[in-house]
Design a protein around this ligand. Structure first.
Ligand code: C5P
Length: 403
């Protein structure tokens, strides 16, 4: 609930993507924000004020005054009420007016008088989007501090396909949430490395050695860190997941060697690392450059991969914290303690394959966190995002005592 208590003003302009704004309003409400909506007169052709008033639980403002009773709608009071003004969709027309200081509707006068952060989510046809005038207007707004939420590529209302679709409501909400987290979150200013997913070790151009890791635990940890305002470097093996928080920078790798190189180059700048990747222990000594043909049996010689956690453990300075995972099938406690020490970790998250619902590919996990000083905390079976909260709480506590 990173937006709890925040006042968000949604500005809706006249583009087809306006039909998604009720969903956007709900995303903000769901995150605990209070939402008001201002629309341009044209926007009413695409989404009704009644819908937006219902989902935002507040009356919608469109005109400078109410023609029925002459009541004045003050752009100044809207501008001072709001903590974030989110203009979505932002049409080419509105962006041009914003860049040139025009003020012929309430949405624009509110923009010109707003003292809070302003976000704009452009949405238009691809040729309008790439027109030098629009490109320049967006650049001007960016230079003036408007947070641009990039349009996505895909199918457009015109039937054409390209860049111009408004970012999805959830992604706009993530963008706003990440912005506040960077300024107000408990981990703001911290830089954290997370490794996630499996590694693939090439055998030939079409085959590899991999494992069943889905990346879910690592991505959940990265999201939790991002939602607390940390800058996250997520070094990820091949997974189907994608990061939502805009505080996460994803570095995609394939093999253990690539993961090691990416992790080593990021770690120097980081305050901590959480190693969740299921790194392959071995890789083929040689990679065939042609597809290996079937002529009966075939033997591959495997050589040991680098231990990324242990390498970072060697690089670690007194102000840095490292946490890792131990996935065990037997002798769990002893093995986990051994790894903690050998890899110079500050705490280790033990999960046992003997526990139902724990480990690979599941949406849940059951962990025990073992700290360097021997403190051992078992947790019940939880969703991976709830487990991520426990892990990041432990990280925050460890970091505050490591300073
Ligand atoms: O030794 P083991 O593979 O059980 O250790 C697990 C921990 O070490 C995890 O945190 C994992 O991400 C990390 N690890 C690593 N590089 C390896 C093997 C494991 O970073 N080659």
């Amino acid at each position: 609930m990173q937006l709890k208590g925040k006042h968000i003003l949604v500005g809706v302009t006249g583009g087809i993507a306006a039909y998604k704004t009720p969903m956007l309003v709900r995303e903000f409400v769901r995150r605990g924000a209070e939402v008001k909506v201002v629309m341009t007169p044209m926007a009413r052709q695409f989404v009704t004020p009644l819908t937006l008033a219902t989902v935002s639980k507040n009356p919608i403002v469109v005109d400078f005054f109410d023609p029925e009773n002459g009541q004045w709608n003050s752009h100044v009071s809207l501008g001072t009420w709001t903590d974030a003004y989110v203009i979505a969709p932002a049409t080419a027309n509105t962006l041009a007016k914003m860049a040139n200081g025009m003020a012929d509707n309430l949405l624009l006068t509110t923009y010109l008088s707003a003292r809070c952060v302003v976000f704009a989510a452009p949405a238009m046809d691809l040729d309008m989007m790439s027109h030098p005038a629009t490109v320049k207007n967006i650049e001007t707004l960016r230079e003036r501090g408007v947070e641009i939420i990039e349009a996505a590529e895909g199918e457009l209302a015109s039937g054409l396909s390209g860049k111009g679709r408004m970012a999805e409501p959830q992604d706009i909400a993530y963008g706003v949430e990440s912005y506040f987290a960077r300024r107000e979150g408990s981990m703001r200013g911290r830089r954290i490395l997370v490794t996630a997913g499996p590694t693939y070790e090439k055998i030939d151009p079409v085959r590899f050695i991999g494992n069943y890791s889905s990346g879910k635990m690592g991505y959940a940890i990265a999201e939790e860190l991002g939602s607390r305002g940390a800058n996250v470097v997520l070094v990820s093996g091949p997974v189907k997941m994608s990061a939502r928080s805009t505080n996460i920078e994803v570095v995609k790798v394939e093999s253990a060697k690539q993961m090691l190189a990416a992790a080593q180059s990021a770690f120097g700048e980081c305050d901590a690392a959480i190693m969740t990747a299921a790194v392959a222990d071995f890789a083929p000594e040689e990679v065939a450059d042609q597809k290996i043909k079937r002529h009966g049996d075939y033997t591959i010689k495997l050589v040991a991969n680098p231990d990324i956690a242990a390498e970072l453990g060697r690089m670690k300075t007194g102000r840095q914290v490292i946490a890792g995972f131990a996935l065990e099938t037997n002798d769990e406690m002893r093995n986990a303690h051994g790894k903690l020490e050998k890899k110079n970790m500050d705490f280790i998250v033990l999960n046992s394959l003997a526990d139902k619902g724990a480990g690979f590919m599941t949406d849940t996990n059951k962990v025990t966190i073992i700290e360097k000083d021997g403190t051992t905390t078992p947790y019940p079976l939880k969703s991976k995002s709830d487990v991520a909260i426990d892990i990041v709480d432990t990280l925050e506590r460890t970091m505050s005592s490591t300073k």
